[in-house]
Unconditional design. Structure first.
Length: 258
């Protein structure tokens, strides 16, 4: 058995939405496994502060920060110009950026729907395409898209969010087949409720929280590190025959019956 199958030494990962929640936990997990990481998020000050903290925590890895809104075409290009200028060899991509506005379907303005599609779906689609020339050059290249259980079943997130996550899951399946010949594995994770800055206001309602827990066999809310662990596994050489999968990290939510 080769223990290096469970390490990411010598690999460089790009993680979007890297300064908070699941993205931050993923950066930590990948760094712990030996990967160098390019962290991308919008808030430059917060991102650099987080990078400095992590650099102290993981002195043997190289952590770089680049502030960008990957829902914007020009800023996506700037991310990859940054990578090219540094001569980095990118082998892993984690598309974690996402947002939501919870409303009834009839209450959305068209521009709100377009914005959700742009941030949650188009950004990942384009980041995959921009990363392809780099990823195709590596023997253990992998993409992991952060989807959601709302892409598999109806939950109270609002229909546009569910639409974007379902499409992201399908993008994962399509690319896994199309890019297999290029040596690029493409997988996704689908979290249920995880304690992040975005979910805290919703989970602060005791009645709503109890409803969530009643539909979760494990009777608890997930932690970002639990999603990050699944993402990290899908990046590892140990997962070399896994592609096109969407792993639910949901405490059993999707399997619940009555």
């Amino acid at each position: 058995m080769n223990p290096s199958r469970w390490r990411l030494d010598g690999q460089t990962a790009l993680v979007t939405g890297a300064s908070r929640g699941i993205g931050l936990a993923t950066v930590r997990e990948l760094a712990m496994l030996g990967a160098d990481v390019v962290m991308v998020a919008r808030d430059e000050g917060h991102l650099e502060a987080i990078r400095n903290e992590l650099a102290e925590e993981f002195p043997d890895t190289t952590l770089r920060a680049f502030a960008a809104d990957v829902s914007e075409h020009e800023q996506r290009l700037e991310v990859f110009d940054f990578i090219a200028d540094l001569g980095l060899e990118l082998s892993l991509l984690v598309n974690n950026v996402g947002t939501n506005t919870r409303k009834a379907t009839l209450d959305y303005a068209e521009e709100e729907v377009r914005a959700l599609i742009g941030i949650n779906l188009v950004s990942a689609f384009e980041m995959c395409r921009l990363a392809h020339p780099q990823l195709v050059q590596h023997a253990n290249a992998a993409i992991v898209n952060v989807g959601s259980v709302s892409g598999s079943t109806a939950v109270r997130t609002g229909s546009p969010y569910g639409m974007t996550k379902a499409a992201l899951h399908q993008l994962t399946r399509n690319l896994s087949c199309e890019w297999a010949e290029d040596g690029i594995r493409v997988n996704a994770v689908a979290p249920w409720y995880v304690r992040t800055q975005r979910t805290e206001p919703v989970l602060a309602d005791p009645e709503y929280l109890e409803e969530v827990l009643e539909r979760t066999p494990m009777r608890r809310i997930g932690d970002p590190v639990e999603v990050a662990a699944a993402i990290a596994f899908l990046c590892l050489p140990a997962a070399s025959y896994v592609t096109g999968e969407c792993i639910a990290v949901d405490g059993g939510f999707l399997r619940y019956g009555f």
